[in-house]
Design a protein around this ligand. Sequence first.
Ligand SMILES: [Zn+2]
Length: 248
Amino acid sequence: MWAVDFASAGIDAPLDILAIAAHPDDVEQTCGAALLRMALAGYRTGVLDLTAGDMGSRGTPELRIEESNAAAKVLRLAWRGNMRWPDARLENTISARMTLAAEIRNLRPRVVILPYWEGRHPDHYKASEIGYESCFLSGLRKLDEETPPHRPAQILYASLYANVAPSFVVDISDHFERRMESLFCYQSQYGDSSQASDLFPAQAEIRDRHAAIARFYGNLIGVKYGEPFVVKETLRVDDLTTLGVQSL
Ligand SMILES: [Zn+2]
């Protein structure tokens, strides 16, 4: 387990929002701008990556962690950790759930963002499942008598790569460029190196692709760029006049 505290508040201060992801650079593609927006609004945000991407064809796990550290600063994260579990072989075991539940108890996030529960890469949907079940375990008093239970109030699923209608979209028009900057901190993955270069499109192409996706979701709420999320529960509304929708 590797972790860095970027904020002066220290590890003892609970996180407001924790994103749990399979690989370093996942959050930078799916919900990094929303995290940045929340950090700029004064919330303590964190990211816990489950693997260090050791099966990637470029770079080393140590380099990926170093790059994720640089990306964390761009996204103004208060905290970032990496479980160093094996890449491309994530397994939802009791030991994985217990370890992650203990980490959730340490970090005490109010909101947890998980990857969408279906996807092409098994690590992504496994991370979603392990994340959800660990959040549940973390709330059980008798799990570990030494640490107080903690159950996050909300679980949101970052659904950018899932072809599903989002429950809501966050306006990231002012934060999209910074998110791209955080993604390009992963020089070993997105730099113009010759090694394995046939697998990776050039940076301009990558930026275009991300801009098109963000533009699509932004368009759904009438803004330039957006990041989509799904919740399994129904959103509660108290005031019909302040819904964030524009019908006409
Ligand atoms: Zn990934």
